[in-house]
Write a protein that binds this ligand. Structure first.
Ligand code: NAD
Ligand code: UGA
Length: 459
């Protein structure tokens, strides 16, 4: 099928950047991103591209170049579905918070609603592309919904999981390691391969069956997260043995079979997907009775929770076993640098733990505002919104954030943190002044020369 119009349902961290790049590289295809969230669509349409709902380096420039030409953002979901030959489903698939599989399985209600919406309004044949991360065998459910519409429309279903990482999404999309397309119909697969073919070399476009494609996405995230939990496990051992985790990471990473990437010890991985996708993998394995497999992967999450907890425990014990009434400055709230996304950020859990000990928390993040910080803490439901508001204050620059603080906790690896006047920060803090570097980004000797009591993960 020749593709002239694409619809993407879901204008989020995946839908937005992915479709912007598809539009840029395919000027002859009209790409429309639709969403039920009117506020989000309005923000995507904001003339001032600094107000786009997602911060991602390089994204604003592409949106500016393509928006209104062949890239559109709309809330008219039905009409966009009707006019498009290819429809991407790129909606959220969070962990279920209710019912069977609560806390483990992926909640597929948004995906199912999309499938029903497509089935209801489509009048011509469509290729439906799963872009969201879905449990293996979800395509079967989508197929069943689409094929029982009672009209004559023919649907082909493809799985095309996304591998971009936030903060580097545009580079990842422009130069992907691979694009994965799973499906039954060769014709449908080639239609999608042609869309990517405008900039991705054919040998990097992998064709598989639909089930392998769905499972590969969960497996890739599980392997990536497993590396972080592995190095984080070693970081704790380093702290007891005077080994240095950075040196260990470098030494093992030079083995070409292991490779150097994704070996940064940290306060623990965050983000909307690693935990959700591993929990889902564990749930699927258990549902087939594969308990040894499930237990194996579950350990990645257990270690990650342990890492977050031991970071805050260490901070509390270092501050003479009490942080009650003390000001702790948190630099960084996003789950990693170069994004405004805070979902599952380790900062939220460390802050929550410190708040249970009655600390006062001052937050500065270059891209996260006070409303989001408060929203993240309120979502945990540990204490009232009034209490969170009273105990947690956001600042728009680092020096006031750290003024009179007893300790600084580095939560995100933002580059600008390395460029601060740390002497000035030290001078205005309570003494002894502590830094807990959850990202290993500051120079220990420099910090100690200034006078800080400095500690970091795995050293
Ligand atoms: P997101 O929450 O940022 O965006 C999802 C959007 O879908 C929201 O704006 C929501 O309003 C919209 N939506 C939900 N139901 C809808 C419906 N019925 N009709 C229209 N719009 C609807 O989520 P995201 O981070 O973009 O993730 C989307 C999917 O991609 C998830 O399955 C995720 O696992 C996967 N993924 C995410 C990333 C990432 O880096 N965030 C990377 C790869 C894969
Ligand atoms: C991750 C994967 O890298 C993407 O391939 C995938 O598409 C995406 O999940 C998804 O499915 O959502 P993302 O979560 O955006 O991308 O960002 P990562 O760079 O993977 O970082 C995840 C977390 O791990 C961050 O909190 C980061 O700080 C942490 N991390 C990463 C470490 O602690 N150490 C490392 O060495 C690398």
């Amino acid at each position: 099928m020749k593709i002239t119009k694409i619809c993407c349902i879901g204008a989020g961290y995946v839908g937005g950047p992915t479709m912007a790049v598809i539009a840029k590289k395919n000027p002859n295809i009209k790409v429309t991103i639709v969403d039920i969230n009117e506020e989000r669509i309005a923000a995507w349409n904001d003339k001032d591209v600094s107000k786009l709902p997602i911060y991602e380096p390089g994204l604003a420039e592409i949106v500016e170049e393509t928006r209104g030409k062949n890239l559109f953002f709309s809330t008219d979901i039905d009409e966009t579905i009707r006019e498009s030959e290819m429809i991407f489903i790129s909606v959220n698939t969070p962990t279920k918070t209710y019912g069977k599989g609560k806390g483990m399985a992926a909640d597929l209600k948004y995906v199912e609603l999309c499938a029903r919406n497509i089935a209801e309004v489509a009048t011509t044949d469509k290729i439906v592309v799963e872009k969201s991360t879905l449990p293996v065998r979800t395509a079967q459910a989508i197929k069943s919904i689409l094929h029982n519409t009672g009209n004559d429309v023919k649907f082909e279903i493809l799985s095309n999981p996304e591998f971009l990482a936030e903060g580097t999404a545009i580079q990842d999309l422009l130069n992907p390691d691979r694009v994965l397309i799973g499906g039954e119909s060769e014709d449908a697969i080639e239609s999608l391969a042609n869309v990517y073919g405008s900039w991705v070399p054919q040998d990097r476009i992998l064709r598989t069956n639909v089930w392998s494609s769905e499972l590969s996405k969960l497996t890739a995230n599980a392997f990536l997260a497993q590396r972080i939990s592995s190095i984080n496990a070693i970081s704790e051992l380093c702290e007891h043995t005077e080994a240095n985790v950075n040196e260990v990471a470098k030494a093992i990473g030079m083995d070409s079979r292991i490779g150097p990437k994704f070996l940064n010890a940290s306060i623990g991985f965050g983000g909307s997907c690693f935990q959700k996708d591993i929990l889902n993998l564990v749930y699927i394995a258990r549902s087939y009775g594969l308990n040894a497999v499930a237990d194996y992967w579950e350990q990645v999450i257990i270690l990650n929770d342990h890492q977050k907890r031991r970071f805050s425990d260490h901070l509390i014990s270092t501050l003479y076993n009490t942080v009650s009434g003390k000001k702790i400055a948190m630099l960084g709230w996003a789950f990693k640098k170069d994004t405004n996304d805070t979902r599952e950020s380790a900062a939220i859990y460390v802050a929550d733990h410190l708040l249970n000990e009655q600390a006062h928390i001052a937050v500065y993040d270059p891209k996260v505002n006070s409303k989001k910080v408060q929203g993240d803490l309120n979502y945990l439901n540990t204490r009232s919104a009034e209490e969170n508001n009273e105990l947690v204050t956001s600042f728009d620059e680092p020096y006031e954030t750290a003024k009179d603080a007893h300790a600084i906790a580095i939560m995100t690896e933002w580059d600008e943190f390395k460029t601060y006047d740390w002497q000035k920060i030290y001078d205005n803090m309570k003494k002894p002044a502590f830094i807990f570097d959850g990202r290993n980004i500051l120079n220990k000797t420099e910090m100690e020369t200034i006078g800080f009591e400095y500690s970091s993960i795995g050293k």
